[in-house]
Structures are given as structure tokens and as C-alpha cells.
Design a protein around this ligand. Structure first.
Ligand code: NAD
Ligand code: DAU
Length: 337
């Protein structure tokens, strides 16, 4: 039996990763450390909360005393760090907590991991650290870091700290940089679940600017498989890009969601653009394929239709997450756009 710590395990990708590992890896025990911020939700883990190989701990990755206690109590072989403030628009509104969690939190986790002699540290990063592309080309692992938003700047800062710990202290590290995820349990501040939630209620769909920005969409389970492959078999000190090979404009995605839900395109409402909006992301994931024999398996249109159906079938989950604070957030972010 091997025990790993997954941070941010009550969030979108973390919860999918925990479900995936409990099902597919019978020899893995998980300590799930999550602060339960607005996007952390134990409702994402309902069926696995009491699983004998899952131990949930409410706490902050920046709390060094707690980390020391956890490393003393559990024999943690490796850490998969997913905990983060993850939404670009919120970082434009107020960057402080992004620096606190994404940079200082990662630093605290690195320091305590080294003190406890943890054997492997995987940092879940993002393609946004590379900045924005023109009409041609893709991000490779050698593309220089050029983050544009406070969110991506904080993630790039974390990546550099991870690399510094590898270089300076010999910590066994891997960094993964993935493109835009979609799938079950995503908080509806992100474009796809936000549009599904609005469309199901016949509300306007707020498309930023001209809607011709391009994202490379990947199903969250393909990302989870890639993270685990990189954790188990990635070379120490290396970066691995992960992408879905599914570039779509935002307008294409929104129109597809409306078509699946049988709603009219007249619901599309062009609103003020995001400040500093990155125009295009595209990932060259050939290193993952070459070295780790990984490639995305879920076709985007099939995955999106399944995802829309998942939110339709889990209306209770969606109703719960958009109640309360979400309404205040939505009014603050979208009013006057
Ligand atoms: P999310 O916002 O859904 O989940 C983040 C989780 O981290 C939440 O459960 C939250 O409670 C927890 N958290 C926040 N601050 C914490 C702290 N200080 N201590 C402990 N827990 C804390 O985000 P997500 O979309 O699941 O993203 C997970 C990771 O993947 C992030 O590191 C993000 O940068 C990265 N990533 C996301 C995408 C994407 O498309 N969503 C793509 C590439 C990389
Ligand atoms: O590329 C990986 C990144 O993808 C992750 O690192 C981030 O954590 C994740 O949030 C995501 O960032 P984006 O900014 O690309 O995702 P978001 O869902 O916020 O937006 C996707 C696109 O849709 C982007 O071009 C902005 C646009 N958009 C978004 C929202 C929320 C709209 O047009 N309207 C909206 O209301």
C-alpha cells in the first residue's frame, strides 16, 4: 500500500482524481488536504467520503504546523499538489489570495515535504503560464514562461519554486501543465458549467468580447490519467504538457451547448471583454505521448454532450452550488458588463 497526499481534493479536478484513483488503483491510500474555500465542496466526494482508503483533512497547504502533523501521522510517499485559487476573473478582481495560496502555500508544502523526506512532489500547473498564442503554433515544454493574468503569474511563480527545489535540493519533482478541463463537478464560475447553468434556465449566456478566443479543451478524466502517469513514471525535474487536441472558439462551444439543450442562439449575449484576455491556447502534448504512452481518449463533442447531460441529471448538485454566495459573485462580476 502506498499513501499519497492530494491537495485540493474537494475541488473539480481533485475530486475527479480521487474518484479515479480509488476506483483504478487498489494499492493507493489518499490523504486529501483541502481548505474548503468557495470552490471546495464535499458534495463532490459524497460516495467516497467514507471510503477506507480516503482520509479527508480540512486545512490549508500554507499551515506548516498542520503539514508537520500530517507527515508525522501518515507515511506520505508522494504529494500531488492541486490546491489553488483557480479562476482568472477572480484574480483580476483581487490577486492577494492567489499569491497567498498558489505561491506561498506551494512554498510551505515544498519545505515541509523536503523536511519529511517525501519521495515525489507533483505540481499540477497550467498552460496559462506560457501566455497567449497567435493564430499558429502550440505551447511546448520549452516555450518560455510569459504569464499574463495574476492567476497565471502566481502559478508560474509556484512552478519556478518547484524547479528551484529540484535544482537546489534534489527534490524529486514533476510539473504538469494542462489546458482547459471540462466535466462533472466543475464550479460554475468557469465557462462551460456557467453556460450550461444559464442555458438550462433560459438566461443570457455572457460571451466575453467577440467570443473568438480559442481554448484547447480536455476531459477531466483524461487529465487525471495523465497526472497519475506523470506521478508514477515521469522523469524527475521534468515538465509535461497535457492537452486535449481539441481547439475550439468560445462561440463554437457555447453554440454546441445551446444545441444540446435545445435552446436558441438568441440567448448569446456579448459582454465586455476580460481584461488582458489571452487570445489562444494550444498544447503540444507529444512528450506525454512519447515518454508516458498517454494520449487523450475522450472526443470533445461526445464528452461535452455527456457533460451537459451530467449537469442535467445532477440538478440538485448544481442548484446547491449556485445558491447563496454564487449569486453575489455573479451579480458583482457580470452586472454592467
Ligand atoms: P478548483 O477551484 O475547482 O479547486 C481548488 C481546490 O483547492 C478547492 O477544493 C479549494 O477548496 C482548494 N484550496 C484552495 N486554497 C487552498 C489552500 N490554501 N489549502 C488547501 N486547499 C485549498 O480548481 P480546479 O479547476 O480543480 O483546479 C485544480 C488545479 O488544477 C489548480 O492547481 C489549477 O491551477 C490546475 N489546473 C486547472 C485547470 C482547469 O481547467 N480547471 C487546467 C489546468 C490546471
Ligand atoms: O488553460 C487552463 C486554465 O483554464 C486553468 O489553468 C484555469 O484554472 C481555468 O480556470 C481555465 O482558465 P480560462 O480562463 O481559460 O477558463 P474560463 O472557463 O474562465 O474561460 C474560458 C474562456 O471562456 C475564456 O476565453 C474566457 C471565456 N469566458 C469565460 C466566462 C467565465 C466567457 O466568454 N464568458 C464567461 O462568462
Amino acid at each position: 500500500m502506498q499513501t499519497v497526499m492530494i491537495t485540493g481534493g474537494a475541488g473539480f479536478i481533485g475530486a475527479n482524481l480521487i474518484r479515479f484513483l480509488l476506483e483504478s488503483e487498489t494499492e493507493v491510500e489518499i490523504v486529501n488536504l483541502d481548505k474548503l474555500t468557495y470552490s471546495g465542496n464535499l458534495g463532490n466526494l459524497t460516495e467516497v467520503m467514507e471510503h477506507p482508503r480516503h482520509c479527508f483533512v480540512k486545512g490549508d497547504i500554507g499551515d506548516r504546523k498542520l503539514l508537520r502533523e500530517l507527515f508525522a501521522k501518515h507515511r506520505i510517499a508522494g504529494i500531488l499538489n492541486l490546491a489553488a485559487e483557480s479562476h482568472v476573473d477572480r484574480s483580476i478582481d483581487d490577486a492577494a489570495v492567489f499569491v497567498q495560496t498558489n505561491v506561498l502555500g506551494t512554498q510551505a508544502l515544498l519545505a515541509e515535504a523536503m523536511a519529511a523526506k517525501v519521495e515525489r512532489f507533483l505540481q499540477v500547473s497550467t498552460d496559462e503560464v506560457y501566455g497567449s498564442l497567435g493564430a499558429e503554433g502550440k505551447f511546448s515544454e520549452d516555450t518560455p514562461l510569459s504569464p499574463n493574468s495574476p492567476y497565471s503569474a502566481s502559478k508560474a511563480g509556484a512552478d519556478l519554486l518547484v524547479q528551484a527545489c529540484h535544482h537546489t535540493y534534489g527534490l524529486n519533482t514533476v510539473i504538469t501543465r494542462c489546458s482547459n478541463n471540462y466535466g462533472p463537478y466543475q464550479f460554475p464560475e468557469k465557462m462551460i458549467p456557467l453556460m450550461i447553468n444559464n442555458a438550462r434556465q433560459g438566461l443570457p449566456l455572457p460571451v466575453y468580447g467577440d467570443g473568438m478566443q480559442v481554448r484547447d479543451w480536455i476531459h477531466v478524466l483524461d487529465h487525471c490519467r495523465a497526472i497519475w502517469a506523470a506521478f508514477c513514471r515521469g522523469r524527475s525535474g521534468q515538465v509535461y504538457n497535457i492537452g486535449g487536441d481539441s481547439e475550439r472558439t468560445n462561440l463554437e462551444v457555447v453554440r454546441t451547448i445551446l444545441r444540446i439543450l435545445g435552446q436558441p442562439e438568441s440567448l448569446i449575449s456579448h459582454v465586455r471583454d476580460r481584461l488582458g484576455h489571452d487570445r489562444r491556447y494550444a498544447i503540444d502534448a507529444s512528450k506525454m505521448e512519447r515518454e508516458l504512452d498517454w494520449r487523450p481518449a475522450v472526443d470533445f463533442e461526445t464528452g461535452l454532450a455527456e457533460t451537459v447531460n451530467w449537469y442535467r441529471e445532477h440538478a440538485d448538485w448544481l442548484d446547491q452550488v449556485v445558491s447563496g454566495d454564487y449569486q453575489n459573485y455573479y451579480r458583482r462580476m457580470y452586472e454592467g458588463r
